[in-house]
Design a protein around this ligand. Structure first.
Ligand SMILES: [Zn+2]
Length: 553
């Protein structure tokens, strides 16, 4: 379908398997009659342990069954089948039923694209990178685009960034674009640069950097410069990519996604799918700055609710804006892309259009600008993406102003180098306990495809904080670990406070968005949290995913 890299990673080694493990492992049977996939018409009696949500003190509320009618929860308690009218479906669950998870920051189309892209996570050297590209070139033949993502120069034995000349050696006859793991930087080969019209004399685009050495373009692209080549690359259609991303999320038990940085092509694809009933996951879209005339929209499962803006870059690329320079690069404090005035005026502009503003802020300097913008313009409609480095004064500011945060617990494990990058400041990286105890609205997310879209990876990371992995920061972070209950809550009901929706719980009257898992995650030892398997996913009472091999009786 892509005419490109779909087959490049092989049928069994595809990044899908790594990004979103959905089947396999310990399977318990899921017995359900005539599932009526996609149909919410017939009542559904769920017999088994059902987690309604959490009480005000954070304790889980369990029931022995649930009756779903008209797509909403009608009854919670024992013997739901006795209360259902004739013709009701019966679903017997041996594991547990949980409210559907919300991924409060993911990139749908990029996720779809990543599923047909070389997965370069864990590549240990430039030489290995070249081998992988050369293999893909042999499989695809000359001319086909080779896209990849996930490399990290920190992990390269050579201790340097890859260049266009490395990639030219591996695949001289294919345009190649390989995104760094953070997505904020990439390397392209000569053919890809030429296809995008980039030469030694091309000026840096606004908010981006085309790296040069001795006046020659090296192939390394940062921030908006990545887009110059990415937009020239051939990929699948927008609808194919969005659908692939949505299916991967549903298979991971995610029933609602806050889709970030949605561009024109992705918006058209989402709207077309939503209109045709082909969008089975709830999508709350935050539009990219490049979308002309943005406005609220509600069609089917799609709602356009906000705009997305960037106040800085990433730790990995050392472009996140810090108050003090990087500990491993004195003289570099990152790249502040918007100050408080710019954020405040963007927020006011969004409000005039009836939209929220989601601001990406990873470094403490960028976060400070967002907090100060909220002091200038009020916090209404403003949300912070990442807030990765949040020392106590900024955590206090977030709480005081009521600024909600969408954070990615899986970064705890991926940013294993954070102590060398930030020194002692790393203590305040991903300070989830500090945020929650101050009363900050904290929603969890994956930032997929940056991290795997499986929320149990995030729950595991939030609860264990890298202790088992022996991360250098684990000792600093010991006090920031959450309980499983807290982490699940951050993945279920919290995100809907940001959008003001009645979702994320299974209380009577709520839409029946739920996930069937193979065991009770709240009773598991933390080390086993990543092993939770999704057996089925329902949105509005309709079955939208069922694990392979678990078809009805
Ligand atoms: Zn993101």
């Amino acid at each position: 379908m892509s005419g490109g890299v779909e087959g490049a990673s092989g049928p069994t080694e595809g990044p899908h398997n790594k990004a979103c493990p959905t089947a396999g492992g310990r399977r318990k049977p899921l017995r359900g009659g005539a599932a009526g996939r996609g149909s919410a018409v017939r009542p559904l009696a769920v017999v088994g342990r059902v987690l309604e949500g959490f009480d005000e003190s954070g304790r889980p509320i369990w029931h022995d069954g649930m009756l779903v009618e008209g797509g909403v929860v009608r009854y919670l308690g024992p013997h739901p089948e006795a209360r259902a009218g004739p013709g009701a479906r019966l679903l017997e669950v041996e594991g547990a039923v949980l409210p559907g998870f919300t991924d409060a920051h993911a990139h749908l189309m990029s996720l779809g694209l990543s599923l047909r892209t070389l997965d370069l996570r864990g590549v240990g050297s430039v030489e290995e990178l070249k081998r992988r590209v050369a293999e893909a070139a042999r499989e695809l033949g000359p001319g086909a685009w080779i896209l990849g993502r996930g490399w990290d120069q920190e992990e390269f034995r050579e201790g340097r960034w890859p260049t266009r000349w490395d990639l030219d050696e591996a695949a001289p006859s294919n345009p190649v674009l390989l995104l760094r793991v953070c997505g904020h930087a990439a390397v392209a080969n000569t053919l890809a640069l030429a296809t995008a019209g980039i030469t030694d004399s091309t000026p840096d685009p606004p908010g981006g950097l085309i790296e040069r050495a001795g006046g020659r373009v090296t192939g390394v692209l940062k921030e908006s410069a990545v887009q110059l080549v990415l937009s020239a690359a051939q990929r699948g259609s927008g609808e194919e990519l969005v659908r692939a991303g949505a299916e991967a999320l549903l298979a991971s038990g995610v029933t609602c996604v806050h889709a970030m940085s949605v561009g024109g092509e992705e918006l058209r694809a989402l709207a077309a799918l939503a209109e045709g009933g082909g969008l089975r996951i709830r999508v709350r879209a935050y539009l990219d700055a490049g979308v002309p005339d943005p406005r609220p929209l509600s069609v089917g499962n799609l709602m356009v609710v906000g705009l997305k803006a960037f106040a800085d870059g990433s730790f990995g690329a050392r472009t996140a804006a810090l108050r003090e320079p990087y500990s491993d690069e004195p003289g570099n404090s990152g790249l502040l892309l918007m100050d408080r005035g710019a954020i405040a005026s963007a927020l006011e502009g969004a409000r005039r259009r009836g939209l929220q503003l989601a601001v990406h802020a990873i470094g403490d300097r960028a976060l400070e600008e967002v907090v100060e913008a909220a002091r200038l313009a009020g916090a209404g409609g403003l949300r912070v993406e990442h807030a990765s480095l949040a020392p106590p004064d900024l955590a206090e500011g977030l709480a005081e102003l009521g600024l909600p945060v969408s954070a990615q617990p899986r970064f705890v494990l991926s940013d294993w180098w954070i102590v060398s990058r930030l020194g002692g400041r790393a203590r305040w990286a991903y300070p989830f306990r500090s945020l929650l105890s101050r009363g900050v609205t904290l929603a969890f997310s994956s930032d997929a495809p940056v991290e795997p879209c499986n929320p149990w990876e995030g729950v595991y990371a939030a609860v264990t904080r890298g202790a088992a992995e022996g991360l250098p920061a684990a000792r600093l972070w010991a006090g920031e670990a959450l309980t499983t209950e807290e982490a699940v809550r951050c993945y279920t009901e919290t995100a809907h406070r940001i959008t003001g929706e009645r979702l994320g719980r299974l209380s009577v009257g709520y839409p029946a968005d739920f996930v069937v898992v193979d065991r009770d995650p709240l009773a598991l030892p933390p080390a086993e949290l990543r092993g939770v398997r999704v057996l089925a996913t329902f949105v509005g009472g309709a079955e939208v995913y069922r694990a392979g091999g678990l078809e009805g009786p």
